[in-house]
Design a protein around this ligand. Structure first.
Ligand SMILES: [Fe+2]
Length: 189
């Protein structure tokens, strides 16, 4: 059940796209690229599995996978929302970056819904469809990361190094994705 989350899949089409982008941009990808790529593989695979389980109606497996994604993707989501996306605003503009945040919100809603779901509880067809749609939106979001690699390459090396340090620090803290949302909601009050 969701066993492969911790392994990157070099055969995945998203990965091939990443490698092509990296290849045209930088013969020796930086530590930031490697870490970013690795995180995206974990998140992409986890979301793909959640969508598959939801399609097949295996809610117990979807819930277990959601819990794992919650733990494993928290640092990556925090890195993007707190450091990378604010940097992207000056390169991509507000509209694109606002959309990226919104898509994270849709992904988070799936993780939260799965966490709240009591084991063995029934799920209405409408709820299952909504969760599947949100998971698919977040999957597409992750698949777009090839474009972000190109944008990341336009940042000065010193800025890339600083971003990498933030990512490493967040990986050490290893927050849950759902904890980030609680913090954000608390901040607004
Ligand atoms: Fe993202």
């Amino acid at each position: 059940m969701c066993d492969s989350l911790s392994q990157a899949d070099p055969n995945c089409s998203n990965f091939r796209l990443h490698e092509e982008v990296l290849g045209t941009m930088n013969a020796r990808p930086s530590a930031l690229f490697d870490a970013f790529k690795e995180d995206h593989a974990v998140l992409g695979r986890g979301l793909h599995e959640i969508s598959e389980y939801l399609r097949g109606g295996d809610l117990l497996a979807a819930k277990a996978c959601g819990d794992r994604v919650d733990r494993q993707a928290g640092a990556h989501i925090a890195f993007e929302e707190q450091f990378f996306y604010p940097t992207l605003r000056r390169l991509l503009g507000d509209a694109d970056v606002d959309r990226l945040y919104h898509e994270h919100g849709q992904g988070l809603s799936v993780i939260k819904a799965l966490a709240r779901l009591p084991e063995g509880a029934p799920l209405s067809e409408a709820e299952r469809r909504t969760m599947l749609q949100d998971s698919e939106v977040m999957e597409a979001h992750v698949a777009e990361c090839g474009e972000l690699f190109g944008t990341m390459g336009r940042l000065p090396p010193v800025e890339q190094d600083a971003l990498y340090r933030e990512l490493v620090a967040l990986r050490e803290k290893a927050p849950r994705w759902t904890e980030l949302a609680v913090k954000a909601e608390t901040k607004k009050k």
